[in-house]
Design a protein around this ligand. Structure first.
Ligand SMILES: [Zn+2]
Length: 276
C-alpha cells in the first residue's frame, strides 16, 4: 500500500458526491456539474480528478460500442484472508459500493471507428489492486487482442499494486499478464498504456509500464513504492515533483502527457500513426 502526498489527496472514492466538491489540486469549492462537463477536470486549476472505470469507457470509446469480455469472472478468497475484516466480506462490500465485480473492466469497442481491445482499472475497488480476476481479465484481453490483431489500450488507475489479500496468487498475475504482452508484442501488436493517478506497485511494475507507447494524465502519481517508503529506505531528500507524470516525462519513463479532453483523439492518432 502506498501513501500519497498532500497535494495528491483525493475525495473519498466511491462515495456519492454533493453539488460542490473541494478540488484536491487547488482546494477550491468546485461546482460538480462544471467539472463533469470537463470530464472530471477542475475548471480552476486543471487538476484531473478520479474518474470511475465506467465513465472512462464513456469518455474514450465511441458511444454504445463497448462489449465487455469475461464479465462473469468473480474473485474468490482462496487464502481465507483476514485483515481489518475478512476478505470475502470486503469483496462483497466493495462490489456493492462501486457497482463493479472487481477492479478491472475489459472488452472491445471502437475509438473514432477503430476497433480496439480495451481495459481499465478502477482505484475505487480495493485501490485498483491486481488480484486473480484483474490479472485474468487483462491476460485474456491481451490474448484476444493478439488473436484478433487489435490495438490494445489499457488505462491504469491502480494505487494498490498487487492485492495482498490474495498473496502469491496476486503476485503471479504480474508475470502472467507480462508474458501475454510479450507474445502480443511478438505478433506485432500496438499497446498504448495510459497511466492515471495513481499507478503504483505491482501494476506499475508490470503491464502499465510495458506499453509500446506510454501516456500519462497530468500530475498523476506514478511509481513503485510510495515516496515515504523510499525516503525512509535511502535516507535522502527526494527531488521536487518526484513520481509525478511531469518528472517521469523528463526522465524518459513516459512518452507523453495527455490532457483528458484530448486522450481519445490522441489514442486514435497514435493507432493511425503506427499503421494499426
Ligand atoms: Zn482545482
Amino acid at each position: 500500500m502506498t501513501s500519497t502526498p498532500h497535494k495528491m489527496k483525493r475525495p473519498k472514492r466511491g462515495v456519492p458526491e454533493g453539488l460542490w466538491q473541494s478540488c484536491p489540486g487547488c482546494q477550491a469549492a468546485i461546482y460538480r456539474q462544471e467539472a463533469d462537463k470537463r470530464l472530471g477536470v477542475c475548471p480552476e486549476c486543471d487538476y484531473h480528478w478520479y474518474v470511475p472505470a465506467k465513465d472512462r469507457i464513456v469518455q474514450v470509446l465511441d458511444e454504445g460500442t463497448f462489449e465487455p469480455w469475461d464479465d462473469d469472472l468473480r474473485p474468490t478468497d482462496p487464502l481465507e484472508f483476514v485483515d481489518r475484516k475478512a476478505y470475502k466480506d470486503r469483496l462483497v462490500a466493495e462490489q456493492k459500493r462501486t457497482g463493479l465485480t472487481d477492479a478491472a473492466i475489459t472488452g472491445t469497442g471502437m475509438i473514432r471507428a477503430r476497433r480496439v481491445a480495451f481495459g481499465v482499472t478502477d482505484s475505487a475497488f480495493i485501490m485498483g489492486s491486481m488480484g486473480s480476476v484483474v490479472g485474468e481479465r487483462l491476460t485474456r484481453l491481451v490474448e484476444r487482442a493478439t488473436e484478433q490483431q487489435l490495438p490494445l489500450i489499457i488505462i491504469s488507475g491502480s494505487g494498490g499494486g498487487a492485492r495482498m489479500h490474495e498473496g502469491i496468487l496476486s503476485l503471479m498475475q504480474m508475470a502472467k499478464v507480462s508474458t501475454a504482452l510479450a507474445q502480443y508484442d511478438d505478433s506485432g501488436g500496438l499497446f498504448i498504456s495510459v497511466l492515471t493517478n495513481p499507478t503504483m506497485g505491482g501494476v506499475a511494475a508490470s503491464f502499465a509500464s510495458l506499453g509500446d507507447v506510454v501516456f500519462a494524465e497530468p500530475k498523476a502519481l506514478i511509481g513503485f513504492a510510495g515516496p515515504r517508503t523510499i525516503k525512509a529506505t535511502i535516507r535522502l531528500e527526494l527531488p521536487e515533483g518526484f513520481q509525478t507524470s511531469e518528472f517521469l516525462l523528463e526522465h524518459g519513463f513516459i512518452d507523453r502527457i495527455v490532457h483528458r479532453a484530448k486522450l481519445k483523439s490522441e489514442i486514435a492518432r497514435t493507432i493511425d500513426y503506427c499503421g494499426k
